[in-house]
Design a protein around this ligand. Structure first.
Ligand code: NDP
Length: 273
């Protein structure tokens, strides 16, 4: 039986095993998919052991995405652009390929939600791993303007430089009350620290807002946005499912139907509130 896993730290609450097992059932593929706690210190040993023992693929979450990118012998263009990987695939020639499906997952979810970025003014909050993994896909949708605001400006500038050859991204040092955006995407983990991204609340008016976090963790941002005139505010559960579908496609060459999993997990999340 083919063996897969998601690795990270912490990892025990990951929904990836449920998502991948459901895709596998749907596509009639025999596999196991577990979660494994792996730390940066144990990364090389754990990943070597997993692949030596016949493992076929890994999903990688924080804080291991850069290590995963550096581990692989082959790297897809989008992982190269991001400098980080969320998917590793063991190839028939015994090499490991790294990919980054976060951006595809985000854009696919926005499409499912009926949110178009084409010709729109988009504000991306954050410049960490998730923002890095998503920027290429956001540029690919050809927004009219794409701005980044991040607590640490230097990190945002570095990100803008990394993507300069793919399109224009502007640094937004601060937000003022006259500014407006069509879509605002929160890729910060500020809510986990009990704070809000440092932006003027007036920018939410008339915008569709999106937090990459999901469930309770997304609620401080989505509630704040809606209370200040956002047209809609979505969490990142759909992104998680769509990025998993893109990883599944990379491993199995089959596109799973995400609709039943989206329905199942949004109901589970609603019941757990
Ligand atoms: P990183 O740790 O790489 O980056 C965190 C980002 O949040 C940085 O931009 C950081 O700014 C900012 N930040 C952290 N604390 C604060 C604060 N107190 N105030 C303002 N900004 C802050 O994390 P990731 O980029 O990997 O993940 C970000 C979020 O996206 C996570 O919560 C994660 O769960 C979610 N995510 C969801 C996915 C999905 O499929 N739905 C996929 C990937 C991530 P600075 O540079 O100044 O430190």
């Amino acid at each position: 039986m083919m063996r897969f896993a998601v690795i990270g730290d912490p990892i025990e609450h990951s929904l990836s095993p449920t998502i991948h097992k459901t895709f596998a059932e749907q596509c009639d593929i025999d596999l196991t998919y577990e979660h494994m706690r792996v730390t940066p210190e144990s990364f090389d040993d754990d990943v070597n052991e997993f692949f030596s023992a016949g493992g076929r693929g890994l999903n990688v979450t924080q804080p291991l995405k850069t290590l995963a990118f550096n581990y692989a012998e082959l790297v897809t263009d989008r992982a190269m652009n991001a400098g980080a990987a969320n998917t590793l695939k063991f190839l028939d020639n015994d090499m490991v390929c790294a990919d980054n499906t976060d951006g595809e997952g985000l854009v696919q979810d926005l499409q499912e939600l009926g949110v178009s970025l084409n010709g729109k003014r988009v504000l991306l909050l954050g410049a960490g791993g998730a923002a890095r993994g998503s920027l290429g896909a956001l540029l690919g949708e050809q927004p009219e303007a794409l701005f980044i605001h991040n607590r640490t400006e230097a990190t945002a500038l570095q990100l803008i430089n990394n993507y300069a050859r793919l399109g224009k991204v502007d640094l937004l040092e601060s937000t003022t009350s006259g500014m407006s955006f069509d879509v605002i995407i929160n890729a910060t983990s500020a809510s986990l620290h009990g704070v809000r991204p440092d932006i003027n609340h007036t920018v939410f008016k008339g915008a569709v807002c999106y937090d990459m976090m999901y469930g309770d963790n997304a609620r401080p941002f989505t509630k704040w946005a809606l209370a200040n005139g956002a047209l809609a505010a979505h969490d990142g559960l759909g992104m998680l499912i769509e990025q998993a579908a893109a990883s599944f496609m990379l491993w199995h060459d089959i596109q799973p139907d995400t609709a039943p999993v989206r329905r199942m997990l949004s109901q589970t999340q609603a019941h757990s509130r």
